[in-house]
Design a binder for this molecule. Structure first.
Ligand SMILES: NC(=O)c1ccc[n+]([C@@H]2O[C@H](COP(=O)([O-])OP(=O)(O)OC[C@H]3O[C@@H](n4cnc5c(N)ncnc54)[C@H](O)[C@@H]3O)[C@@H](O)[C@H]2O)c1
Length: 361
């Protein structure tokens, strides 16, 4: 197919480089045309790896170059919205990195800009495309989960040696979309309405503001969600885990595997043991008869973030081609990002409960 989308990537840090490699795995859909970075060292590194690409020391120059149809914002969270808005104002489609915004004011701005733009905005929430999320949604659609009462979701990633300046003081509860995004997909037609959050501070003198942050959120339909981020703790991560307590049983989801006990699946078993489902191709013992898994998704799982980055870019490009609704639009983006900003406000006030408001309420 010749009408591939011409991409520019803003930011040549680890994530920008990863997404550039992902685009090169999709030559029928995407062409990597331009990259930008304000740091000359990272820009040089990218220019050594990628040929046939134009390099810019400013994202404004890339956006104004006329070379690209779409950009991916692989820059620090504090400047995501600024460049999403600049690109949309130039009619350039945006695959916007998470977290979608950095403040409540930016939330309102993004809402207005995306809703009045002729270009497409998609939130780059790759966990929506993880095998574990696909499995969760299949189980839900088959009526195997029923109503949900309580959820625990954690993102553990030891980043104490990571040198990015923004990560040193970043309130990690704001890095919430990887955890809350899939939860909101499960709890559709619901949203978070209040949150209380506490920070541990730094117990280990590791140069970070805190070792972990723990938040308790409540949804409009009264589902309670405990959300933990631990980015300055010794932990063999990155690990995303979610434990769902429902009317029909328990689901424990990890990137690599799921462990489930649901009445209609496990109830027939004499020992009533949990069902273990490997979710990566390395696991050769995946049950061959587990038809609820999406086989295409499973086979694609050996690329960036177990295939999720590829599937996300594919959906973004297809939505541009078809002129269809954004696969993960601005409402989804803010519904999974703003609760983390309110959690940070709560932690600054020692855990005081915050009522969560959205631009559409
Ligand atoms: N979806 C995911 O799975 C995932 C994974 C990792 C990181 N991320 C997100 O991706 C983004 C980048 O992460 P990272 O780990 O590469 O961060 P990083 O800080 O290591 O790299 C960011 C790069 O952007 C550059 N930069 C800063 N301002 C810029 C600007 N205005 N224009 C161009 N370049 C600019 C910096 O010099 C740096 O090279 C972050 O927002 C992070 O939240 C998402």
């Amino acid at each position: 197919m010749s009408n591939f989308v011409k991409f520019g990537i803003l930011g040549c840090g680890p994530r920008g480089m990863q997404m550039a490699r992902v685009l090169q795995l999709l030559p029928d859909l995407a062409a990597l045309c331009a990259m930008s970075d304000t740091d000359p060292v990272n820009l040089k590194k990218a220019s050594r790896e990628f040929s046939g690409v134009s390099f810019y020391d400013s994202s404004d120059a890339l956006i104004e170059s006329g070379l690209v149809d779409a950009v991916i914002t692989e820059i620090p969270p504090a400047v995501h919205t600024e460049y999403v808005v600049k690109a949309l104002d130039c009619g350039i489609h945006v695959l916007g990195e998470i977290p979608a915004v950095d403040s409540l004011e930016e939330g309102r701005l993004l809402w207005e800009k995306v809703n009045s733009s002729r270009a497409l905005y998609m939130c780059g929430s790759n966990p929506h495309y993880r095998a574990k999320t696909a499995l969760l949604i299949k189980l839900k659609e088959k009526g195997l989960i029923g109503k949900v009462a309580y959820i625990e979701t954690e993102y553990m990633h030891d980043m104490r040696t990571c040198n990015d300046e923004w990560r040193k003081t970043y309130e990690t509860c704001r890095y919430c979309t990887h955890s809350l995004g899939p939860v909101l997909r499960l709890l559709d037609n619901d949203e978070f309405i209040s949150v209380a959050c506490m920070s541990t501070g730094d117990h280990f003198n590791c140069g970070r503001d805190h070792n972990a942050m723990s938040a308790l959120l409540k949804t409009r339909k009264n589902v309670v969600v405990r959300f933990l981020t631990g980015f300055a703790l010794p932990y063999a991560g990155p690990a995303h885990t979610t434990k769902i307590y429902s009317e029909k049983g328990i689901l424990e989801l990890r990137n690599e595997s799921a462990r489930i006990w649901l009445e209609d699946l496990n109830g027939f078993s004499a020992r009533r043991e949990f069902l273990e489902i490997p979710l990566t191709p390395q696991s050769s013992d995946r049950p061959g008869t587990m038809k609820i898994l999406d086989e295409g998704l499973f086979r694609a799982a050996s690329y960036g973030h177990n295939g999720s980055d590829l599937l996300m870019v594919r959906d973004f490009v297809e939505a541009i081609w078809k002129g269809s609704l954004s696969p993960i639009g601005v409402k989804d983006a803010l519904a999974m990002t703003l609760p983390g900003i309110y959690a940070a406000l709560s932690a600054r006030e020692g855990g005081a409960i915050q009522q969560i408001k959205y631009p559409w309420t």
